[in-house]
Write a protein that binds this ligand. Structure first.
Ligand SMILES: Cc1cc2nc3c(=O)[nH]c(=O)nc-3n(C[C@H](O)[C@H](O)[C@H](O)COP(=O)(O)OP(=O)(O)OC[C@H]3O[C@@H](n4cnc5c(N)ncnc54)[C@H](O)[C@@H]3O)c2cc1C
Length: 356
């Protein structure tokens, strides 16, 4: 036990980011992963903005470059975002493994944290925790108590070529959710859907969506896999009042788009930095731009959920492209939003209510 300065639970983007920073600073970090391999959870692997990622993502993990994002609302193209999308479809496992290896973090597979007994099992050995100050919880959605939706995805090789420099997000106002079409390596695409419905219904909806779009016609449809997704916003309350959380376990997911890799990395990075610098980690997380962006998306989602279908459609279709882009990426620059809505003061004031 004394061998390690920190125990990090969960080797996803959040846990690996925190371990990377702490290990690089000279701390001995034990990173525990319940599975026997990394990145087992289904994920679209889209990292749409590299700009705010605080450390280099290993080149070998960058698979397909993304320069455009197409947003559709109920089947109609709402906006093509070009200037702020500059990201990649990544190989998540490769990224996590490389970051672990290059930082000197001690990774323990098939090792886990038991939340009932509040103890950890490392290499089959049970460890009683003397203190919780060096324990960081990054175990993902399972440790998040707020609102969750479900998301499912599959991979296919379309018969017709689909341009691979773009991602597509198809908002569905009835579902209050979205489909996505992301490129993969070797001409394959990943298609998924997340929203307020049951896993089995989402699966049926996904298969229908694929069938409807002739571009996605394929002879090689993969398995449909899914997982819950935290959309209830950030909570900086400690788990069981004792253990600090980062990443999706603390709600670091943009609720309107389901983007969780970048927010999780940012939360893990900032948390670890604040530990190294003996600053209050909660204050540091609270002041992050991404924490604010998540809060804003959450309040929009909450309001949209309360509206009837007609008002929901009206609102989403009246938002100009620039504002859609700011909201979807979580950049939310007020000046751009004000400029875009200058001719529509009523909509501006209702959008600003979310933002200020
Ligand atoms: C279908 C789907 C598609 C998605 N697509 C995208 C996308 O394209 N882009 C994007 O940015 N986000 C996407 N997301 C969201 C993203 O996957 C997550 O938000 C992100 O991975 C969260 O990172 P994390 O490190 O907090 O948690 P996770 O990635 O969930 O990692 C947590 C780790 O902890 C381990 N663990 C859990 N419990 C224990 C325990 N008791 N002991 C030890 N280890 C434990 C888990 O096995 C896991 O490896 C998607 C989500 C879903 C469901």
């Amino acid at each position: 036990m004394k061998k390690y300065d920190y125990f990090v639970i969960g080797a996803g983007p959040a846990g690996v980011a925190a371990s990377y920073v702490l290990s690089k600073a000279g701390y001995r970090v034990a990173l525990l992963e319940a599975h026997n391999a990394l990145a087992m959870k289904p994920c679209g692997n889209g990292l749409v903005r590299m700009e705010d990622i605080p450390f280099p993502i290993p080149r070998s993990a960058l698979k397909v470059r993304i320069r455009r994002g197409l947003l559709y609302v109920d089947g109609q193209l709402a906006v093509e975002i070009k200037d702020v999308v500059d990201g990649f479809i990544i190989d998540k496992r490769e990224m996590l493994e490389e970051l672990i290896a290059s930082s000197g973090t001690f990774l323990f597979l098939k090792s886990h944290f038991n939340p009932l007994r509040i103890e950890i099992k490392l290499n089959n050995e049970r460890l009683k925790l003397e203190s919780f100050s060096n324990l960081i919880l990054a175990g993902g959605h399972a440790f998040y108590e707020g609102e969750k939706i479900f998301a499912v995805e599959t991979s296919l090789r379309p018969k017709f070529e689909i341009e691979d420099d773009k991602i597509e997000i198809w908002f569905d106002t009835k579902l209050i959710g979205y489909y996505w079409v992301f490129p993969e390596e070797d001409g394959k695409v990943q298609v998924g859907v997340g929203g307020y419905s049951s896993p089995s219904k989402l699966k049926r909806m996904l298969l229908k969506f694929i069938k409807r779009d002739e571009r996605l016609s394929s002879n090689s449809l993969g398995n449909v896999r899914g997982a819950p997704l935290a959309v209830g916003g950030v909570t900086l309350k400690r788990y069981k009042d004792r253990i600090h959380r980062i990443g999706e376990s603390a709600g670091y997911v943009l609720p309107l788009t389901g983007e969780g890799i970048r927010p999780s990395i940012l939360s893990g990075y900032v948390f670890a930095k604040s530990m190294i610098e003996s600053r209050d980690p909660v204050k540091a997380l609270r002041s992050l731009n991404i924490t604010r962006a998540i809060a804003i998306q959450r309040s929009i989602l909450k309001r949209v959920k309360e509206m009837d279908l007609h008002r929901r459609r009206e609102l989403l279709s009246s938002i100009p492209p620039e504002v859609h882009a700011e909201v979807a990426l979580g950049t939310l620059r007020k000046s751009r939003i004000v400029k875009a809505l200058a001719k529509n003061p009523r909509l501006l004031s209702s959008i600003l209510k979310f933002i200020t």
